[in-house]
Design a protein around this ligand. Structure first.
Ligand code: PGA
Length: 252
């Protein structure tokens, strides 16, 4: 279960407060929580993380990563830098970055390869826009298949350390932050399709669903065995609501 805070909250004090609350949420044996704050808060949060009584099934992640470890790349942060802070994951290819920062599949692919090679676990986001979805489910699958083919180029040679080394999040763009969540049956069908497209990777990838997930709809997603968890945006900023989501995830 991934908490993607996006560009929130506005101050470090609030970020620490939110982290402390999320870290207290009881974690069921089969649920891992990954918290992805903005980069600027990661160092302080990582210190808190190290001092927690129990870090079992709790991890930190970045919301993005650059493909070079070091160099003249103003503003960028490399996979080793992130790892050295104690973060285990990076979200890559989120549709907001593809849209607002013009990230291409080629860039996403470089980030995926560099991260995996550096031992950083990847949460790769894919998903179709509304215009494609309106053409039907087959068009949506075609869109996602092309994204996966391009985003996962040059990954077959990489030895994945664990089954969570590469996680793919299906996030239909029209369902993100809109309150219009994707019908769970469609999300499950797409998750199965994604697994099929990534079947050359060993161990098999896990697929998450993302897009307007909340405590009311999470169970409907998780009852499909194809869906291994969720990427949660808005609802991860509210500790009580995220706690209810985690509780529902644990009882599946
Ligand atoms: P949301 O965001 O839960 O606010 O829809 C999900 C995401 O973009 O990861």
């Amino acid at each position: 279960m991934v908490a993607n805070w996006k560009e929130n909250p506005e101050t470090e004090a609030e970020a620490l407060g939110l982290f402390r609350k999320l870290a207290k949420i009881p974690r069921n044996r089969n649920t891992e929580i990954v918290i992805c704050p903005p980069f600027v808060y990661l160092e302080k949060i990582a210190e808190e993380f190290k001092n927690l009584e129990s870090r079992a099934r709790l991890a930190l992640g970045g919301q993005d990563i650059f493909w070079e470890k070091t160099g003249a790349f103003t503003g960028e942060i490399g996979p080793t830098m992130l790892r050295s802070l104690g973060a285990a994951y990076a979200i890559i290819g989120h549709s907001e970055r593809r849209k607002f920062l013009r990230e291409t599949d080629e860039m996403v692919n470089k980030k995926v390869v560099a991260s995996l090679e550096a031992g950083l676990k990847v949460i790769l986001c894919v998903g179709e826009p509304l215009a494609i979805r309106r053409q039907g489910f087959t068009a949506a699958k075609k869109f996602v298949r092309r994204q996966l083919a391009e985003d996962l180029r040059r990954t077959s040679h990489i030895k994945f350390q664990t089954s969570s080394s590469l996680v793919i999040a299906y996030e239909p763009i029209w369902a993100i932050g809109t309150g219009k969540n994707c019908p769970p049956f469609d999300a499950a069908r797409m998750a199965a399709f994604i697994k099929l497209q990534a079947r050359h990777l060993k161990p098999p990838v896990r697929v998450l669903y993302g897009g307007s997930v909340n405590s009311k709809n999470i169970a409907d997603y998780l009852k499909n065995k194809e869906i291994g968890g969720a990427l949660v945006g808005g609802a991860s900023l509210n500790a009580a609501e995220f706690g209810r989501i985690i509780k529902a995830a644990g009882s599946r």
